[in-house]
Structure formats: C-alpha cells, structure tokens
Design a protein around this ligand. Structure first.
Ligand SMILES: *Cc1c(COP(=O)(O)O)cnc(C)c1O
Length: 432
C-alpha cells in the first residue's frame, strides 16, 4: 500500500464517521477502504492507481460521468462571479433560470413553482410541510396525516424518515415523526375507509420503482391509478423522484411514463448531474396561492445554502448536456442493451430475479437451490467486494446487487460492467 493511502486510511479511521456503516468493522485492522482520488467518465480511480467502473453512479447521483468539463467550467465561472447568495431576501440569475427550466418540463398551469433546498430528504420535507400547512390554511386542518408505502424510502431527516417503510432503518424512531399510515399497495389503499382517507393530507410514493426496496417495480399503471385515487379523495400526490428523476428510467421524469402530474415533485440526486448537493420541490400554483396573505401564511422554511448558485449553475449545465447530446435516446438504447445482457445473468443459478427500469437494475442473489440467504451471511456485500477484482464498484441492498451506471455509459463500458457481474457470479463468491 502506498504511503499516502496508509496515512489517509489511518486518519479516516481516527476521525470520520460514515453513513449507514458499522464503524466497528470499518475501523477494524484488516479493513482497507478505497480512497477515491479521481474520476473520468464512468470510471473512478483510487489512491493505489486502480480503476473501477462506477456501477452505482456514486450512490445513484451521477448522470454525465465524472469530471465533465462543461459542468466544472459552469461551476467555476459561477464561483468566481459570486460564490453564494442568500435566497432569503435576495435572488440570483442561476436560480431564476433553473426554476424556469424545471417548470418548463411540465405543461403550463401544472407545476409552476419551485422551492429549492439541499438534498433529497429536504426536498421531501418541504413537500410534507407545504401539504400540511396548505391544509391548515384552506380549512382542512383535519387532514393532518400521510400515507406511505411499505418498504419505501424518502430520506433520513426526521420528517422524511417517518414516511420511510424500511424497518431496519426507521423503526427505532417510530412515533417521533408524522402520523403515517403505511399500505402495501393500491389494493390496501383503496380499502381505507372514508374516515381514514379524510384525515390524509398527502400520499408519498417513489414512482415506477422503489429504490431502497431492492429496485422493486410497481405494476404498470399503478401511478395513474394512484393519481386517480388521490383526485377522488382530495389527497395530494407527492412524487419522490429523487432517484428516478433526470433520465434514469429512460424519460426525463418517471411520472411522464404514465402521464401523471403530481401535486408535489421532489428532485435531488441527478439535478446537478450528480456533482453538487441541490434539491427542488415543485408544486402547483394553486397550492402556492394558499401561502399568500399575512405573515402567518408564509412558508417558514429554508436553509443557509438554499438555491446555492454553484449548484444551480451545475444543474443548468447538466440540463444543457441533456439537450445537446440526445442523451435520453441513448439511455433508451443502452437500457435495451442492458436488458439483453441481464437475460444471461438472470439465468445464472445464483440469481433469483433480475429487475430493471431504464438504466436501473437490481440483481437479486440466491443459493444454488433458489433459497434466500440468511441476512447474517451478507452475501450481497461479499459479492460487491468480489466484483471489485473485476473492476466493478457498486453496493448491494441486502442480497440485491445494484447496477446503475451513469447515463453517459457507452455500449462497450456497459458490457464491461455486465461482464464483471457475470465473472463474479462464476467465481461462486457466494459460497464459503
Ligand atoms: C436518496 C433518496 C432520498 C434521499 O436523498 P438524500 O439526498 O440522500 O437526502 C429520498 N428519496 C429517494 C427515492 C432516494 O433515492
């Protein structure tokens, strides 16, 4: 190991605390975390000079590859002009332009307002608070709860976490957040009595695919039916497109696939092309108007870095890259190629099921007899560790391996990643 690497790892173990991480194992003697020091397109380089395919788009964020010159230049120019503007009391051109561009993706008179924040969790927090405050200000104060789906994920801040249906993450804090009724599916939602649905302010859902739930797909048509239920019951529809937004599923936004416009749309991860933290909550003018009037009607919410100019500049540059390169057409092409490649993988004896939506894939592993592994065997983690030797870097969700390349991936690069998955499977990494 190089001297630099050794020093960085040693210091990390002394001072850093990593998310979703068993720190005891992280800091153990034998654990050598990768120290990433460079990126170029779909590739990441570590401090030992090794190169890896970024198989989960740097935790589902990266769109145009690492080190994209156009985004870097836009950010540098913005920082040199003015590095921060408080959106509380002032405004600035990059945020103004970006808000207009985001609304421009939707028919006029639908989503015409943008509220900026910093990350996916805060984008959801804003939608929740806006929905509740709207109810209070329109004489519907009895609508003070939410409906969320089992196994859904909407972020880690307290409000967003209370909507999370992943027990292993959130059960510890149950009762501390919003009142939430969890349902498994539309059937259960429709079974709610009038009394119960009358107390619901909004339903929150990840459209098309539940990311943290091992990339599980909703049945086709689910979203449109959910929209219809919300309309019939007078309930807001909050779409959490933090993962699915910005081309990941093959259309700019997943909701387009079923012709649905939500009441709130939450965007983050890919908004800046996956370069800087920035989030946006879009909503309807009709909802916004309930916040006009006296001081008591204002939306008292914001962060120091709301609408950060560098983030907005990155987002504008990212949107330009979508338009310039016919990126979405290429995503659809690549997704077709991925589907073909996944057929062979799905046929492997150690794969239970493969799920795919656009350039998002979940490969669920199983034992040779099709049996699920006991959780303590941590097969998904071991698989991903083994895949590194074939130049693939990714993370599992339990025993589901995520393959979600940056959207700029070439055909050859995509084949490389599928091949790395195959080789790892062939090594029988799951045994022992
Ligand atoms: C990642 C994610 C979030 C949370 O976003 P952060 O930026 O990590 O706070 C919320 N919802 C979905 C669907 C996500 O994938």
């Amino acid at each position: 190991m190089r001297e630099d690497t050794r020093r960085w790892i040693e210091k990390d173990k002394r001072h850093c605390w990593h998310p979703f991480t068993r720190q005891g194992e992280w800091c153990a003697e034998g654990h050598e975390p990768l120290v990433i020091t460079g990126g170029d397109g779909v590739w990441l380089m570590d401090s030992e000079g090794r190169r890896y395919f970024d198989g989960n788009s740097s935790i589902w964020t990266n769109v145009h590859g690492h080190g994209r010159r156009e985004i870097g230049e836009a950010v540098r120019e913005q920082l040199e002009r003015v590095s921060h503007v408080s959106f509380l009391g002032q405004t600035h051109p990059a945020a103004i332009e970006l808000a207009g561009r985001l609304c421009g993706f939707f028919p006029r008179g639908t989503l015409d307002r943008v509220f900026f924040s910093d990350n996916g969790s805060t984008a959801v927090e804003c939608a929740l608070k806006m929905s509740l405050q709207y109810r209070q200000q329109t004489g519907e104060g009895e609508r003070c709860g939410f409906v969320s789906f089992a196994n859904g994920y909407h972020g880690d801040t307290l409000g967003a976490a209370s909507l999370g249906g992943v027990g292993r993450f959130f059960d510890r804090f149950r009762g501390a957040g919003y009142p939430v009724r969890f349902v498994r599916d539309l059937l259960e939602l429709r079974g709610l009595g009038r009394e119960e649905s009358g107390g619901v302010s909004a339903v929150v859902v990840e459209p098309l695919v539940q990311g943290v739930n091992g990339m599980r797909l909703w049945p086709a048509g689910m979203l449109a039916e959910l929209r219809a239920w919300c309309d019939a019951e007078g309930v807001h529809l909050i779409l959490d497109e933090v993962m699915t937004g910005f081309g990941r599923t093959g259309t700019m936004f997943a909701c387009e696939r079923e012709g649905v416009v939500p009441d709130f749309l939450c965007l983050a991860k890919g908004l800046t092309g996956g370069t800087l933290p920035l989030a946006a909550t879009l909503t309807r003018e009709g909802i916004y108007e309930a916040f006009l009037g006296g001081a008591e009607r204002a939306f008292y919410y914001g962060h120091s870095y709301t609408a950060h100019p560098a983030g907005c500049a990155a987002a504008l540059a990212s949107l330009d890259l979508f338009e310039g390169g016919r990126l979405l057409e290429r995503v659809v092409e690549r997704a077709g190629q991925m589907a073909e490649g996944l057929v062979r993988i799905a046929g492997h004896g150690l794969v239970r099921e493969v799920r795919q939506c656009g350039l998002i894939a979940g490969i669920e592993l199983c034992g040779p007899g099709g049996e699920a592994f006991p959780p303590e065997s941590r097969v998904g983690e071991r698989f991903c560790f083994g895949a590194r030797r074939h130049g693939l870097l990714t993370r599992p969700i339990l025993d589901t391996v995520v393959l979600m390349p940056p959207l700029c991936v070439s055909g050859e690069e995509l084949d490389f990643s599928l091949d790395a998955v195959w080789k790892t499977l062939e090594e029988g990494i799951l045994e022992g």
